[in-house]
Design a protein around this ligand. Structure first.
Ligand code: THU
Length: 127
């Protein structure tokens, strides 16, 4: 059984891999799948700033690239006070795979929020 603490630890384990020389903001995300597997991702920036990909989307990409897309929970950790919830692009991508998923968000100084993907993207777009 993977606990919320396990997911947080998985994200914390990889946060130092964040590639963020432009913002110095490090973010890591861990997603749990129905099969009980955990996939992680970090933010990856680019000198062409708009090409930056967030930790959340990289964690999802990692899972999908391994053949898993049934996500049950996500945990996000960051070292930055400026980042307090997933960005709009990530909200849409998370919503694509689970439109009712618990998301835990941890920042510095004990910052902790519990979200749900439905709440983060009201009236989310789906085909
Ligand atoms: N970032 C994430 O990885 N996830 C979020 O939820 C918000 C922002 C990254 C993108 C960029 O590398 C840095 O944080 C500052 O925006």
């Amino acid at each position: 059984m993977i606990t919320d603490l396990d997911l947080k630890k998985a994200a914390e384990k990889v946060i130092s891999y964040a590639y963020s020389p432009y913002s110095n903001v490090s973010v890591a995300a861990a997603v749990l799948t129905k099969n009980g597997n955990v996939y992680t991702g970090v933010n990856i920036e680019n000198s062409s700033y708009g090409l930056t990909v967030c930790a959340e989307r990289n964690a999802i990409a990692s899972a999908i690239s391994a053949g898993e897309k049934d996500f049950t929970r996500m945990t996000i950790v960051t070292n930055s006070k400026m980042v307090n919830s997933p960005c709009g692009s990530c909200r849409q991508v998370i919503f694509e795979f689970n439109n009712n998923m618990p998301i835990e968000f941890f920042g510095p100084d004990g910052y902790h929020r519990s979200f749900n993907s439905a709440e983060l993207l009201p009236e989310g777009f789906e085909l």
